[in-house]
Design a protein around this ligand. Structure first.
Ligand code: PBG
Length: 323
């Protein structure tokens, strides 16, 4: 008997062979592009820490959505940067707020494009925290009312799905209840269920102008050291009526994507966050990594870990690379 009998290399001899036995596929339809919408007209304000991304006024946002839709990307998720911030995040749930106006404009121009909205308060509060401050901390239950109102206002504006990212306890139930009470039984909730207090959100906070003015988010977002706790967060969100669950960030948390995929029957999303994007782009700009290959490998591996859907700033580039 000759050795070795098993030669794993036999199935790697050509691209045709490799393609035949490939286990994981990346499709533009599985990707969601995050976009930032700001006041004004004709505004494209580049985000220095996220090359290729900009704060867009509504007219520019609509153009960006047209391109995104043509490329076959699965959908967009909108983040609003309001005219004014205040203590009570009033811009977050104002029916005439920036996000609500943006949703109407995008759905009017592109009724078939899936529009998801981020439901949170941190872009709308003067202090940059995700809810009502009482004492030195975010008050959970007052914040729930704001979130529920914001979600309803997004649905009224035409959003296809809402994605709460605030990490308040009980927010999925509060949002589900309000959506149903307003006749939006058919609007699904994509819960940022396992969202960590991560350093990798740094560039996003420049993009969304949402850096907390004091303290940090560790009393509501999760401790990166904890994995079992993420399973409990997800269980609770499912019980409260979440339709899809998210793990965020993605690449340092692949174990949780896998665990969630095995444990829960609903679609699992992963958010390749701003810092993950910017690290890859920065390394490529230094000539240290090949941009396209790093982009495709990172996303393929997030899919292999078990993510059905990925929110990524590379969504359009992937669609172009795979075309
Ligand atoms: C809002 C929110 C954040 C992100 C998505 N929704 C920022 C935060 O929690 O501080 C981060 C996304 C990214 O880094 O790409 N709460």
């Amino acid at each position: 008997m000759s050795f070795p009998i098993h030669r794993k290399r036999r199935l790697r001899t050509s691209e045709a062979m490799r393609r035949l036995v490939r286990e994981t596929h990346l499709e533009p339809s599985q990707l969601v592009l995050p976009l930032f919408v700001c006041p004004g007209e004709g505004v494209r304000k580049e985000i220095s820490s996220m090359p290729g991304h900009a704060q867009l006024s509504i007219d520019e946002l609509v153009k960006e959505c047209e391109t995104t839709h043509k490329l076959g990307v699965g959908g967009v998720i909108l983040f609003g940067i309001p005219e004014h911030k205040d203590e009570s995040a009033s811009g977050a749930y104002d029916p005439q707020g920036i996000t609500q106006r943006a949703i109407r404009a995008v759905k009017k121009a592109l009724p078939e494009l899936l529009v998801i909205t981020d439901v949170c308060n941190c872009e709308y509060t003067s202090h940059g925290h995700c809810g009502k401050i009482i004492g030195n901390d975010v008050d959970n239950d007052t914040t729930l009312a704001w979130l529920a109102e914001a979600a309803v206002s997004h649905a009224q504006a035409g959003a296809d799905m809402v994605a709460p990212s605030d990490m308040m306890d009980g927010r999925v139930a509060a949002i589900r209840h309000s959506l149903d009470a307003h006749g939006f039984q058919k609007i699904p909730i994509f819960s940022y269920a396992a969202k960590y207090a991560s350093v990798f959100y740094g560039p996003f906070r420049e993009a969304a102008e949402s850096t907390p003015q004091f303290g940090d988010r560790r009393t509501y977002q999760m401790d990166p050291a904890n994995g079992r706790e993420a399973m409990h967060e997800m269980e609770l969100d499912l019980e409260e009526g979440a339709d899809m669950l998210m793990v965020k960030p993605a690449m340092p948390y692949l174990d949780l994507i896998r665990a969630a995929r095995e444990r829960f029957p609903v679609p699992i999303g992963a958010y390749q966050v701003s810092g993950e994007f910017s690290m890859i782009v920065a390394a490529a700009r230094n000539g240290w990594l090949d941009l396209d290959r790093a982009m495709l490998e990172s996303l393929t591996c997030i899919r292999r870990a078990g993510a059905d859907i990925i929110l990524t700033y590379f969504a359009k580039d992937v669609a172009r690379a795979l075309a």
